[in-house]
Design a protein around this ligand. Sequence first.
Ligand SMILES: Nc1ncnc2c1ncn2[C@@H]1O[C@H](COP(=O)(O)OP(=O)(O)OP(=O)(O)O)[C@@H](O)[C@H]1O
Ligand SMILES: [Mg+2]
Length: 404
Amino acid sequence: MDSSLNDEKKKRDDENGEYLITYISHLEKRIHNLETERELLDAERLRLERELNTLKNEVEGLKQPPLLTATVTDIIEDKRQRVIVKTSNGPSYLVHASKKILDSDLIPGSEVALNQHTYAIMSILPMNLEPFVKGMEISENIPNVSYEDIGGLEEQIQEVRELVELPLKNPDIFKKIGITPPRGILFHGPPGTGKTLLAKAVAHETNTTYIRVIGSELVQKFIGEGARYVREIFNLARQKAPAILLIDELDAIGAERMADSTSGDREVQRTLMQLLSELDGFSERGDVKFIGATNRVDILDSALLRPGRFDRIIEFPIPNEQARQEIFKIHIHNLNIKDDVLIDKLVNLTNNSTGADIKAICTEAGMFAIRRNSEIIEQKDFLNGINKVLNSTKFNKACADIFT
Ligand SMILES: Nc1ncnc2c1ncn2[C@@H]1O[C@H](COP(=O)(O)OP(=O)(O)OP(=O)(O)O)[C@@H](O)[C@H]1O
Ligand SMILES: [Mg+2]
């Protein structure tokens, strides 16, 4: 009896034991599952925390007042390191820079963002070449002007060919002889005498990139940034080499420095200094040529005219009789004219006129013919054209005299 009882007890214990083992393993599995679940939740929590942070930052950012943009025009080297900035809407301010900004990053010409209330510099904006480059006329091999389209400037063409074409086409000859090829040329002469025209023609004939920048735009459009702009143009020319870089209206940045200089003058001077330094360190390889053009060589800063800056100074005079004849021929070439048109007569009537005047006369003559409902231009149309163009230039000159 006892033994059967014992047997039964043992059996029950065994069963309990088994049950417990299964139960424990079940619990272990649950623990494992719960742990995995906790890990997942932890990961989720981390993700949400991160998202929360981003959103908080965004809210902070949205709550911030807008920053003003400005350009650094000068840095005052004293203990407090103050900076003069020019805001995009006009006025200049003397401001401090945030501690986060390294002094070395602040240079005249940098674009910066200002706090709206204190005008302190909060950050420096990345330099961007694009918007500057947009303001220029750049063309690769495009100016569709050849030497044949230029009348009465044989000597000038000859000289430019020697100075520009030869070094571009045959740089080795300069190396062999041991001289540095000429780098810069200055064109000067009254308006409309073909300076820009010849620069374009050289670019065309030498198959080079032609970059034209206008001096007055440099100082007006890019107030406070002229110096940086000059640097970028020269960089661009180097990138696009072989290239011809023409700075038209050079007098706008290269005029003699006056004693009583205003802040605007100082800006112009900085631009000029940058130009001078670019000219000095300029392409030894001779594959970038610099041409400056001006009709006020008399007011140019003597630093610009110092030997070594411009290797040659070429004058573009008002065309004489023979030159005017050639220019008329060039511009009449494509026109439909009657045989009664006598070029010699036109030449005689246009004393002191420039190439640009002659071109305008031809266009006006065409307009007079159109007004007459004619398809052919007659001598009288030219006479009317001369009358109109020359009287209007006289009128313009008179106006200029009154206002200066
Ligand atoms: N020697 C010339 N032969 C033929 N055309 C000419 C000549 N000179 C000027 N022209 C005509 O006049 C236009 C204006 O000339 P251009 O732009 O070269 O003058 P510029 O000397 O650069 O004047 P500015 O000093 O005002 O810039 C030319 O596009 C061309 O049509
Ligand atoms: Mg010109």
